[in-house]
Design a protein around this ligand. Structure first.
Ligand code: HEM
Length: 472
């Protein structure tokens, strides 16, 4: 990257709005984003102009440039008020992504305001991040217990051998149960807000209305926990910053819920896929307790946050072969940057010598996934994946890996379904031993779990026939 510390763009440098842009979200991108990234790199180099639902933005494609944008917060701002097209009223009025960007929460703050909210998040997430604290131990055992309950439900619905979609029948409900537990949601609230999160994340025409409803639901949850504090993230956020209003807290919860449900859920599915399509080496490494390495491989091959949310140029700057004007929107592509680490002709990387830890799956720089959230996310992913292979004596994909349907949104890339043929182990696996004083942990009421499961069954089957699981 060339350094032009105080330059302004030369007048003959093409402006974003004047360039022909290729729409990013096409059927080709859905099926094979790698081919799209390669073509854009060939034509434009490290940075390309693309269209996102009719709005031109810069997509940053190469590792070095992506890292620069993620790390240099003085130049690449998060606050949406820096976005020139928005400030000048140039965005289409019903632009479906705007509602999400207008939610003022930590991700879209800069400097000290951002650091203060980040400290609050860190303080409130820390108790849950590992099994050495009562909260962390309980959350981890709850994840394992929910996983066991969902497999038991599967066995009751479909038998000890059969077919399952590990997305709709395992991963998504599991993450909803974890969210309900972590946030301290009453079940009725969980039902409502989770359905709206999914609608919002699909970015459809009702995204704005769904965002508004989800925000209102999280605001109600904030008020509920202010009145009745518990051992949950919502209450701990309030403890860490008692000045948070219900509305502010609702917005922070909203953002955490996105990471917890969509991003973490996709990480579970991607890791399951990495194992299912893996050879004997992958399965052996799993049983040797190297699940963390498999998670890194999956994050490198298919980062769930594929193209990160916008940054806005603080001033004119040259990046790659273009001049980015002050206020232009830039999306750093972790998925494309990963292609510089490895030749991902196949997403499967057994035998690779490249460190899987160089991936940008957690982001980088001041807005990267907070340490406590990363620990928590890893804990959920490894427990959820580990439990599947504890229960299943046999599991194989029922579609060739290259025919699995993916959902490629502006930010997230995740599997729509993960269909498997499974056979449960003859013996029920024993619960994994967790090394924390049990005396510190209050037992979970059976009624609570039953209520949660029946709510989830409604979500999963939507009043339709058994087994006709909804793909959301
Ligand atoms: C395996 C699961 C996870 C992955 C792959 C992941 C990935 C990421 C990435 C890539 C970012 C940076 C986004 C950017 O720079 O635009 C991020 C930020 C963030 N993540 Fe995670 N995340 C995961 C789990 C979680 C969980 C479980 C939570 C909380 C419950 C969480 C909370 C956050 C927060 C609050 C931020 C914003 C940080 C900031 O703006 O300063 N994440 N995550």
């Amino acid at each position: 990257m060339e350094a032009h510390p105080h330059a302004t763009a030369p007048s003959d440098a093409p402006a974003l709005g004047s360039l022909p842009v290729e729409p990013l979200l096409t059927a080709e991108f859905d099926a094979d984003p790698g081919a799209v990234y390669e073509r854009l790199r060939r034509i434009h180099g490290p940075v390309a102009p693309v269209g996102l639902m009719g709005v031109p933005v810069w997509l940053v494609l190469e590792y070095r440039e992506v890292l620069e944008v993620l790390r240099n917060e003085c130049l690449w701002r998060r606050d949406v008020r820096h976005w020139r097209a928005r400030a000048q009223g140039l965005l289409p009025p019903e632009w479906p992504l705007l509602a999400g960007y207008e939610v003022r929460q930590m991700m879209f703050m800069d400097d000290e305001e951002h650091r203060a909210v980040r400290r609050t998040h860190h303080a409130s997430l820390s108790p849950f991040q590992n099994a050495r604290t009562p909260e962390g131990w309980e959350l981890r055992s709850a994840v394992a217990r929910y996983a066991d309950e969902l497999v038991a439900l599967l066995a009751a619905e479909s038998g000890r051998t059969g077919f399952a979609d590990l997305g709709a029948q395992y991963t998504r409900p599991l993450l909803l149960m974890v969210t309900t537990k972590l946030f301290g949601c009453p079940v009725e609230l969980g039902d409502e807000l989770v359905m709206d999160l999914w609608r919002m994340l699909d970015g459809g025409p009702d995204a704005a209305a769904a965002t508004a409803r989800a925000l209102a639901a999280f605001t109600r949850l904030a008020a509920h926990r202010r009145a009745r504090p518990g051992d949950d993230l919502t209450s701990y956020l309030l403890l860490a910053d008692p000045d948070l209003t219900d509305e502010q807290l609702g917005r922070e919860l909203f953002m955490n819920a996105v990471y917890l449900n969509d991003i973490t859920g996709n990480m579970v599915l991607n890791t399951l896929l990495e194992v299912l399509r893996g050879n004997a080496t992958v399965r052996r490494s799993l049983s040797a307790g190297q699940l963390g390495e498999t998670v890194n491989r999956a994050a490198l091959a298919n980062p769930p946050a594929a193209n990160l949310c916008f940054r806005f140029a603080a001033r004119d700057v040259r990046l790659g072969n273009y001049w980015i004007r002050a206020g232009d929107a830039v999306s750093p592509s972790a998925a494309s940057a990963h292609r510089d680490l490895l030749d991902l002709g196949s997403s499967h990387m057994v035998g690779s010598t490249v460190s899987t830890r160089a991936h940008l799956g957690w982001g980088a720089g001041p807005h990267q996934c907070p340490t406590a959230a990363r620990e928590l996310g890893s804990l959920i992913v490894t427990t959820a994946v580990g439990r599947v292979f504890d229960h299943f004596a046999q599991a194989e994909l029922t579609l060739p890996a290259d025919q699995l349907p993916w959902r490629s949104g502006p930010v997230v890339r995740g599997l729509r379904i993960l269909p498997v043929r499974y056979g449960l182990a003859a013996q029920e696996p024993t619960a994994r031993r967790l090394d924390s004083p049990q005396a510190l942990v209050a037992p979970q009421g059976e009624g609570h779990t039953r209520g949660l499961l029946s709510a989830l069954r409604r979500l999963m089957f939507g009043g339709r026939e058994k087994g006709a699981a909804t793909d959301v």
